[in-house]
Design a protein around this ligand. Structure first.
Ligand code: AP5
Length: 215
């Protein structure tokens, strides 16, 4: 299965993508995670990407496309993949089609997590992540057992630099202006676009995602 997980910032793509990846035994490829890793390692790519991410803007396509191409072509993605946070504009969708076509593959479905803006703003404000094992929590909805410490490894949880409210508003605007048009791109090409209500519990959203993928 070659799936695109689509939705606004904070819609739950990372949360649902991780569950789907373990259910189907295929990798979740998150461009946001790859970029944050490059930033934390201080690579040239990370240094270039950081100012865009901190401002809530898209990182230039030239940076993103090389990164995605390498992972999609890799052995790990032979049985399929779940793309999270990519493609984020129509040129990226066109480039993905080109990459997959060269590999004799295609996108099977785009699953859209539909969540209202006020819900995503609260989810993002409450998000905390573990810098060591990368587990994600929410202080409102899925708090860790011990105050702001990771349940798995005990590290102090951190908040993402781009999760401040003004940056979140900008990320939502960028999503409306540049990312939502990608849905029309896939609909015009006859790719299945599956709408899933993302404003319920994690388990309920996962159940609806799985049933919409098998039907
Ligand atoms: P990226 O990391 O992709 O961020 P995003 O799309 O803004 O999405 P988020 O990671 O904020 O949210 P999510 O939908 O994964 O939600 P999550 O599951 O964590 O991108 C960051 C930046 O990198 C971009 O702004 C851009 O600069 C750059 N970038 C990345 N890809 C790029 C590309 N292709 N091109 C150019 N630039 C790119 O959940 C959020 C919170 O809610 C968590 O706390 C979670 O625990 C909680 N939660 C999840 N589901 C539920 C639920 N059902 N009920 C209650 N709480 C829930």
């Amino acid at each position: 299965m070659n799936l695109i997980l689509f939705g606004a910032p904070g819609a739950g793509k990372g949360t649902q993508g991780a569950l789907l990846a373990s259910r189907y035994g295929i990798p979740r490829i998150s461009t946001g995670d790859l970029l944050r890793q490059a930033v934390s390692e201080g690579t040239a790519l990370g240094q270039k990407a950081r100012k865009y991410m901190d401002a809530g803007e898209l990182v230039p396509d030239s940076v993103i496309l090389d990164m995605v191409c390498e992972v999609v072509k890799g052995d790990g993605a032979r049985e399929g993949f779940i793309l999270d946070g990519f493609p984020r504009n129509v040129p990226q969708a066109e480039a993905l089609d080109g990459m997959l076509c060269a590999l004799g593959k295609s996108v099977h479905a785009v699953a859209v997590l539909d969540v209202a803006d006020d819900v995503v703003v609260k989810r993002i404000a409450g998000r905390r992540s573990c810098p060591s094992c990368k587990a994600v929590y929410n202080i409102y909805y899925e708090p860790p057992r011990t105050d702001e410490r990771c349940d798995n490894c005990g590290s102090a949880l951190t908040q993402r630099a781009d999760d401040r409210e003004e940056t979140v508003r900008r990320r939502l605007q960028v999503y409306r202006d540049q990312t939502e048009p990608v849905l029309a791109y896939y609909r015009e090409r006859g790719t299945a676009v599956l709408l899933v209500r993302g404003d319920r519990s994690v388990d309920e959203v996962q159940a609806e995602l799985v049933s919409s993928l098998v039907s």
